[in-house]
Design a protein around this ligand. Sequence first.
Ligand code: UD1
Ligand code: PEP
Length: 432
Amino acid sequence: MEKIIVRGGNKLHGSVKVEGAKNAVLPVIAASILAERGASIIEEVPSLTDVYTMKEVLANLNVGVEYENGRFAVRADRPLKTEAPFEYVRKMRASFLVMGPLLARVGRARIALPGGCAIGSRPIEQHLKGFEAMGATVEIGNGFIEARIDGKLQGTKIYLDFPSVGATENIMMAAVLAEGTTIIENVAEEPEIVDLANYLNAMGAKVRGAGTGVIRIDGVDALQGAVHSVIPDRIEAGTFMVAAAITGGNVFVEGAIAEHMRPLVAKMREMGVDIIEEEAGLRVIGPEQLKAVDIKTMPHPGFPTDMQAQMMALLLRAEGTSVVTETVFENRFMHVEEFRRMNGNIKIEGRSAIVSGPTSLQGAEVGATDLRAGAALVLAGLVADGYTRVTELKHLDRGYVNLTEKLKALGADIERVEEHQENESLEAAELI
Ligand SMILES: CC(=O)N[C@H]1[C@@H](OP(=O)(O)OP(=O)(O)OC[C@H]2O[C@@H](n3ccc(=O)[nH]c3=O)[C@H](O)[C@@H]2O)O[C@H](CO)[C@@H](O)[C@@H]1O
Ligand SMILES: C=C(OP(=O)(O)O)C(=O)O
């Protein structure tokens, strides 16, 4: 088993480059199934385990996929298979995003039920409601969801009960080949939705309104492969911004797009962090003393739930009491228990966590209960007294490329080691 070992105390300095966005690339890869001729070339693809899982999902559907040097080539012109088994969906819920494209292309999809995960139950009834409104029949049984349509999906009006990112994407991908016009209301407005719409339009689709609350899609007969470069990862960028701020460092986050990160930038500025918007990215300079602020996660353009845990690490170091309210996921406070192991003073009241700071964080052995919790614990470790050991790194590898190496290049005292190497490295540091 691998661990990240970090010794707190170093201020971070220098420049770090942001990867392509995980949450943009996964739907874009799924959408490439829609092209009945021509290859799609997707660029800026981050080397994440989620990307490799998506590659396997497509290969299993008889789609030709090659991935080399950040470039993903997809050909979906062979007869497609229609089943995505549990072994993929279990590893990554975004596998379910192939349902919309398969329904649109071949009128059938059988995908294992995603089930819950550490951050909540995560149902998918809004996706299914959209497919049914377009004429598909949906059956659930034996751990699978099967959707079918005889002939083409029919354009219609769909109102989402909640602006679900995945449902917006899945329904959009189904609607691009539907007969007539589909209007989806109360949709997610995240930058990743806009990126997907741009890719679909490059393939020949007619999608308008992405980035607003209503998306209108005029169905077309067929799509072809296209070249697309994925947007930078605003959550990875945000994680490095917190790393700079928490250590009182000065870091240039190359590729960060301020427009995608308004709520985070605003909240960090309220905390006293200096953020300078430059053409190629954001420079983040941490203050001597951080100020407490309240955070409430919301769909975009609200504060992103995927930055909640990392922000909590920063709030632990702020002067005063902060209230963090999680409204998107029902159970996204698993990191609180781990922060407490590091001496964090946090109380949970319903959907809110009350953080009292500033805390003198102490190094401890902690588990990355989910992807962003893992990142948050590493961030806390950067300023904790002594050594923090973060385990269960498989979650972290779903969403961060070379996190340890990138932090080390910025001056952090951090290593990723196999369990058996740990004693050797501690011996080398003359700790035992
Ligand atoms: C691969 C990807 O892009 N993942 C992101 C995506 O996840 P994902 O697309 O799964 O998130 P959603 O926006 O769909 O989910 C948000 C909330 O809506 C609920 N819900 C969703 C669909 C549905 O049919 N019924 C329902 O109740 C979910 O349980 C959750 O509580 O958006 C989340 C919210 O910004 C991010 O945290 C994830 O990083
Ligand atoms: C929750 C996340 O991702 P996923 O939806 O892929 O689990 C995340 O990126 O923080």
